[in-house]
Write a protein that binds this ligand. Sequence first.
Ligand code: PLP
Ligand code: COI
Length: 341
Amino acid sequence: MEKKNIDWGNIGFGYMEADYRYVSYYKDGKWDDGALVTDPNITLNECACVFQYAQTVFEGLKAYTTEDGHIVCFRPDLNASRMVDSAKRLVMPPFPEDRFIDAVKQVVKANAAWVPPFGSGATLYIRPYLMGINSVIGVKPADEYMFRILVTPVGPYFKGGAKPITIKVSDYDRAAPHGTGDIKAGLNYAMSLRPIMKAHEEGFAENMYLDAASRTKVEETGGANFIFITKDGTLVTPKSDSILPSITRRSIMVVAEKYLGMKVEHREVYFDELKDFAECGLCGTAAVISPVGKINDHGKEICFPAGMEEMGPYTKKLYDTLTGIQMGKIEAPEGWICTIE
Ligand code: PLP
Ligand code: COI
């Protein structure tokens, strides 16, 4: 397969228009057969529910080229089932999980030339999304829906690659006004646009959101869950019903325990505990594992001693093992790797 002529090592986290996208429509109570199409544009009625009431949910996963030249993706079954949960929360007909996986395979295979080569530092980001498309003016769900998948090659989510970032404690809540953050829905993310712009203007890479009720517990950032390492090498990661159940975080918990023999705690994490942790990182499909060096709490800094200049030692081990599994260098637990070609 002839790859596209792209400087893979120097691309950021942006959108490039690949050759194919997948589309399926829901009408009269059922999904059609779906197809690959070439047109990247969508034409919809001005009153489509997605425009008026943001009835849209999405997912995010990646395809990787392994050392021996296969194209694989990582745990797409978990994206398929999380998208069902997101869809139900927004009263949308879920796209069937087996068809989701099949559609991911089809669209990645068709765009094989866009899957960055092994070792390039880039990967193919896969963005499935679902929206209400018929006209709706009273507040109610649509009757007709479109499910699509676009793909785009991406590099590191945070500028500077593996360099530790500084984040700030946000005064905003992560969740949308009428909902919770535990779904990947358009409105959740729209509500986080002002906080992220504010953080960037102030020189921070991301926001740390605290729990809305008491503002004493750590939730997540705008696009990733948190992992912390205690001074004695335990992985601690926040448990909350209002954060996105990150597939990367769930995978890291298994990697830490089963591959690295670490103790793992999935529990409520109080902001006051942060000063005692040795390492901090953000985890997600886009973020992979990105080290956090400093957290700024309204001018007061919390610095993580092991990760100010580079990834701390435990974060690095987790990163190497997780990405080793994703890129086919380390044997994966059963069912984690889905081979596309
Ligand atoms: N939290 C939020 C708000 C996200 O947008 C993401 C990205 O998808 C994550 C966490 C990480 O989830 P995952 O590891 O499934 O990509
Ligand atoms: C992902 O990691 O897939 C996300 O949706 C995060 C987003 C900030 C790009």
